[in-house]
Design a binder for this molecule. Structure first.
Ligand code: NIG
Ligand code: FE
Length: 394
C-alpha cells in the first residue's frame, strides 16, 4: 500500500473540524492512503509516507463538486447567446435546437464532447461532476446519452423531461407516458437520478410530479429544475418528493423558502433538500441572480453548480461560479466555497466527497494562491495548480 503526504499546506479547507464554517487548518498536512484521506493534522507532526507532495505554503481545498451539468449534447448555440446579449430574452426554446444536433451526432461525437468538458472542468478543480441526459428525448437517444454519461461519472441523471420534443408538441400527455414507460426503462440501468425541467414552456407541476414519482418508484433519486424563469410550484414539489436538490431557485416566494427550511435536519446540519444555485445561467441569460442570502438566512443548505450546457450556461468553471456567487449573490467567500464543495456533495447526498476529513475520498485541489479567498478575489485567473482525485493526479 503506497501512501502520500501532502504537506506544507498554508491553509487547508477541510469542511470538517477546524476554524470557522470551512474547518480551516493552517500549516497542515493530509495523509492519503488507498485513495482516501487517512490523517489530517499539523504539518510538523505529519506521519511518514512513501511519497511527499510539498504544497509550498499554498491553500488546499476539497475538489469542487459540480452537482448540475448537461454535458451530453452536440453543437453549440453561440449565436443564440449573441442574440441574448443584444436584447433577446431566454425562454429555453433553444433546447430543441440542441436536441436536433444531438440526435444527429454519432456516439463518438457525443463521447468526445463529454470527455472534453469533463477534462476542462477537472483542470478547474472539479473532481465530481453530475451529468444529465435531456438532449436526446427518444428512448434510444436518452439511453445512449446516459450510457455515455456513465462512462465519465457515477452521478448520472435521467432528464427525458427536459422539454416536450417537437414531434409530441400537440400531445404532451403521450410524451409523459413515454418518459414514464419505455424511456425510463431504458434509462434506469445507467441513471442514479431523475430530473424534470418544471417550468412554463416545459413541464407543469402535475406532469413533473408524475415523472418524478415514476423515477422514484424505479429506484432513482429525485432532483428538479424549478423556479428558474418565473415563480411556480416546482420547489415545493421537490420538497414534497424528498428531492435531494431543487435547482435554479431564481424566483422564490416565502412558501418556497419555508418549504425548503422545513426539511431541516434536527441536528442543525442544514436541510435535507438542498437549494442548488446556478449563477452561470443568470450570467449567460442576463437575468437577476437568485437571492442566496434569503435562503441562507432561513437555514437552507445551498450548493453552487455550473449548469454547464450549450444554451443557458456554457461554463464548466466552478471558480467562476464561486466568484459570481460572491460578487453578485452576496455570499461570503467562505459560504461560496462551502457551497461549491460540501454543498454540492449534500446535493448529491454524498458524505465521502466535498470534505477533507479522515475516511473521505482524497479529492483535492492545490491552489496557486495562499487562501481560498483568492477564488473570488482573483476572478478569471487560473488558480488551480494541481488536482487530485482518489489520491492520484488524473
Ligand atoms: O438548466 N433549464 C433547463 N435546462 C438548462 C438549459 C438548457 C438549454 O438551454 O439548452 C438549464 O438552464
Ligand atoms: Fe440545468
Amino acid at each position: 500500500m503506497s501512501s502520500l503526504l501532502v504537506d506544507n499546506i498554508g491553509e487547508l479547507v477541510t469542511n470538517g473540524a477546524g476554524e470557522g464554517p470551512l474547518g480551516i487548518r493552517r500549516d497542515a498536512a493530509v495523509l492519503v492512503e488507498e485513495g482516501r484521506v487517512a490523517w489530517v493534522g499539523p504539518s510538523a507532526y505529519a506521519p511518514a509516507a512513501d511519497r511527499r507532495l510539498d504544497a509550498g505554503g499554498a491553500a488546499v481545498l476539497p475538489g469542487f463538486v459540480d452537482s448540475h451539468a448537461h454535458l451530453v449534447f452536440a453543437g453549440d448555440r453561440a449565436t443564440e447567446f449573441a442574440a441574448r446579449m443584444a436584447g433577446q430574452p431566454y425562454t429555453g426554446g433553444g433546447i430543441r435546437t440542441t436536441v436536433g444536433a444531438t440526435r444527429a451526432a454519432t456516439d463518438n461525437e457525443l463521447r468526445a464532447t463529454v470527455r472534453r468538458l469533463r477534462g476542462e472542468a477537472l483542470r478547474q478543480g472539479t473532481t465530481t461532476m453530475e451529468i444529465k441526459s435531456g438532449y436526446g428525448l427518444t428512448v434510444a437517444d436518452e439511453a445512449r446519452s446516459l450510457r455515455i454519461a456513465a462512462e465519465s461519472s457515477t452521478e448520472t441523471t435521467f432528464l427525458g423531461a427536459h422539454v416536450v420534443p417537437a414531434e409530441y408538441a400537440d400531445r404532451p400527455d403521450d410524451y409523459v407516458s413515454l418518459v414514464c414507460g419505455p424511456m425510463l426503462g431504458a434509462a434506469t440501468p445507467y441513471a442514479k437520478w431523475v430530473d424534470v425541467f418544471c417550468e412554463r414552456g416545459a413541464f407543469d407541476v402535475d406532469h413533473a410530479r408524475a415523472i418524478l414519482a415514476c423515477g422514484q418508484a424505479a429506484g432513482l433519486g429525485v432532483r428538479i429544475h424549478a423556479n428558474q424563469l418565473g415563480p411556480g410550484a416546482g420547489v415545493r414539489l421537490g420538497v414534497e418528493l424528498d428531492a435531494a436538490s431543487v435547482d435554479h431557485c431564481t424566483h422564490l416566494g416565502d412558501a418556497d423558502v419555508d418549504a425548503l427550511a422545513g426539511t431541516a435536519h434536527s441536528d442543525g446540519s442544514g436541510t435535507r433538500t438542498v437549494a442548488t444555485l446556478l449563477p452561470g445561467a443568470e450570467f449567460s441569460t442576463r437575468s437577476p441572480y437568485p437571492d442566496a442570502r434569503r435562503l441562507l438566512d432561513a437555514g437552507v443548505t445551498v450548493a453552487l453548480a455550473t449548469d454547464c450546457n450549450p444554451g443557458s450556461s456554457y461554463t464548466s468553471s466552478m471558480p467562476f461560479c464561486v466568484a459570481l456567487a460572491v460578487r453578485e449573490m452576496r455570499m461570503t467567500p467562505a459560504e461560496a466555497v462551502w457551497a461549491a464543495t460540501a454543498g454540492g456533495a449534500r446535493a448529491l447526498r454524498r458524505d465521502d466527497i466535498g470534505v477533507l476529513t479522515p475516511g473521505a475520498r482524497a479529492d483535492l485541489v492545490v491552489l496557486d494562491a495562499p487562501s481560498y479567498l483568492h477564488l473570488a478575489y482573483r476572478p478569471g485567473v487560473p488558480l488551480i495548480r494541481q488536482v487530485m482525485r482518489n489520491g492520484v493526479t488524473p
